[in-house]
Design a protein around this ligand. Structure first.
Ligand SMILES: Nc1ncnc2c1ncn2[C@@H]1O[C@H](COP(=O)(O)OP(=O)(O)OP(=O)(O)O)[C@@H](O)[C@H]1O
Length: 231
């Protein structure tokens, strides 16, 4: 199995493309879903967020108010570091669990949706390929304003806070251009899925695990023969 990172810019279409890969039968791990999961009431990250940021980041039902927390860390970068220090280790643990499950299912490749992959660079070394979901800046602005109900100024500020999408495109192995009609993006994704399925890059890990298991079994067999009395 090999890991493929999926990234892009804010509102460039990552979640939509991830859903599409899922519909095509591909194994996907959505970091956003994991990030929401680990901050639910009762989880260690939830308790630590309330300790660090105060009860004002809570909704009435005890859930984290993502909007309030999002605005807070957007305005104060040092608070963002604190939040990352709380959530990243928990997210990594969950991602490892999910990846291992995919390996046991015999998947050839898994797509991990990592919005800030190039900004944080932490997971880059584990990825064999990186897909960037691109869309031109004007389209990105319009989609962001419509989806989040933002003014032009606020939408521009959010785009500005990330690495330019053009730089991410340069670092990608594969680019899906989502500037146009959805049907066009879908066609590109189907071709890419077929290409990744055909790739033999899943073999080294699978063979490595099989050789490892065979070695352990042979060792246990020899050990048993030495220790058990012969008939
Ligand atoms: N090809 C397309 N044509 C029209 N609308 C689109 C297209 N692709 C995505 N959208 C819309 O653009 C918006 C942003 O898409 P999406 O939520 O998938 O982006 P994202 O990259 O996951 O965003 P974020 O990183 O902010 O979560 C959504 O409202 C989505 O429905």
């Amino acid at each position: 199995m090999f890991l493929v990172g999926l990234t892009g810019g804010i509102a460039s279409g990552k979640s939509s493309v991830l859903q599409l890969f899922q519909q095509l039968g591909c194994a996907v791990i959505d970091v956003d879903v994991i990030a929401r999961h680990i901050v639910q009431p009762g989880y260690p990250a939830h308790r630590r967020i309330v300790e660090a940021f105060g009860p004002e980041v809570l909704l009435e039902n005890g859930d984290i108010n993502r909007k309030v927390l999002g605005d807070l860390i957007f305005k104060q970068p040092n608070q963002r570091q604190l939040l990352n220090a709380i959530t990243h280790p928990e997210i990594c643990k969950e991602m490892m669990k999910e990846t291992f499950k995919c390996f046991l299912q015999g998947r050839r490749y898994v797509i991990l949706d990592i919005p800030l992959l190039f900004e944080t660079r932490k997971l880059l070394r584990y990825l064999k390929r990186v897909i960037v979901v691109y869309c031109d800046r004007d389209t990105q602005l319009v989609r962001l304003m419509e989806r989040n109900g933002l003014s032009l100024k606020d939408a521009e500020a959010r785009i500005q806070a990330q690495l330019p999408l053009k730089d991410k495109v340069r670092m990608a192995n594969h680019v899906l251009d989502n500037s146009g009609q959805w049907s066009d993006t879908r066609r590109q994704a189907i071709l890419l899925h077929a290409q990744l399925e055909r790739s033999l890059e899943y073999l080294p890990l699978r063979l490595g695990v099989l050789v490892g298991l065979a070695s352990i079994t042979s060792f246990l067999y020899l050990l048993a023969r030495c220790l058990l009395p012969s008939p």
